[in-house]
Design a protein around this ligand. Sequence first.
Ligand code: C2E
Ligand code: CA
Ligand code: CA
Length: 436
Amino acid sequence: MRHLITTAIDACPTGGHVALAFLDVDHFKDVNDTLGHAAGDELLVQLAQRLREQIGPEDMLGRLGGDEFVVLLPHRNAQDAERVAAGITEALAVPLRLGSKLMPMSASIGISLYPDHATDIDTLMQQADAAMYMAKQAGRSTHCMFSVEMNGLAEQRLAMIAALRRAIADNALSLFYQPQIRSCDGAIHGVEALARWHDAALGDVSPAKFIPLAEECGLIEQIGLWSVREACRQMATWRRAGLNIPSVSVNLSPLNFRNVALAARLKDVLTECALPPHVLMLEITEGTFMQDGAAALETMHAIRELGVGLSVDDFGTGYSSLSRLAHLPIRELKIDRSFMRDIDRNAGALTIATAVVRVGQGLGLTVVAEGVETESQRKMLAELGCDVVQGFLYAPALAPVAFERWLIEHCAEQAKAMLGRLDLNPAGVAAVKRSA
Ligand code: C2E
Ligand code: CA
Ligand code: CA
């Protein structure tokens, strides 16, 4: 392909253009994982046919490897190239037929332009790649034209990936713990472990930023396994110190569930830390079991077999079918915090929150409400019979030492409240004695 690009550039008259488009199939790995490599190959063949139908006789199509294609468009300016890209996106919108299955398919396309953006092949290819990444960021199934600002963004992203890789290798990530409280009596139900990253140059980087990045660049598998190990190590330390924390919830990415050895790894960690399996809960999102992943489902069943719990996080924001949910080996539903908003002020919001809580209750699952910030939200949830609440009302995620302090204080308050209820404060005890 390189020599074709060189030839096109060399033949480009002054004032003319050559456009280079990089195309990457969206979620191609899912096809391979769920339908097998033969289906994946067949899909790429059909995709190439569709691409060919969208380009002119002078244009050239090449495969860069995997699910990446390059389209060379000689004598085309930015507008022409964008028109071709839009045509490709539209052509791919019609599902492909794989045997008896209709497969929806889309691709992200990045375009760079000779000589406007660069005059050498390597830079043009890098620019088309950066633009393709932007198309992915923009929600996929679209195209993006390279712009100079993308250079800065692409560099920032690479620097952040390098820093994250280093942080993982140096064991510089940490886990903070947020308490989960039982509605019936205010006792601690468990903790959620949330990853934290402080980088000397970048400062505190939010997991909302570095977790998706880790998912894109193949680091999430390591982070997930590290979180499980670290959370279990911390739980073992707390148990040895006599702190009673019934369970720890660890967030795992859908990608962790593609690893069929996950259950075996969990077993090893639990054995190493001498923890019973019910102490560990894994939070997964609806995406984990939505894409019809047979491997993910098998892993989920193996985990349930082991005695480790599975909890569906951010419930209500995905598209899981309720009948599907009933057949999954899960123990807990976490109602997304977006449902807490206005629950105490707006009848509509309360109706929706009620429905979501009832789904969990109907399926016999523990229902956890997250993002509970106010006493009136807590009260409404308690009235709904929501089993567990978690949120800033009690505490944010805390470093282990700060969490220990919080827990001791919380237990002391609990004990005081209980004494009050039993009327067993010293004056109460005296009153009991007198009346006896
Ligand atoms: P999540 O699992 O839904 O975690 C809950 C997020 O809500 C946490 O943000 C938590 O600090 C925040 N939060 C808790 N209580 C409240 C509240 O009352 N009000 C509000 N407004 N927010 C509250 P955080 O720690 O920034 O984590 C963001 C997301 O990053 C998590 O969402 C989770 O999806 C992901 N994440 C964090 N740690 C890990 C990890 O170790 N592995 C993986 N795969 N994902 C992680
Ligand atoms: Ca979570
Ligand atoms: Ca959540």
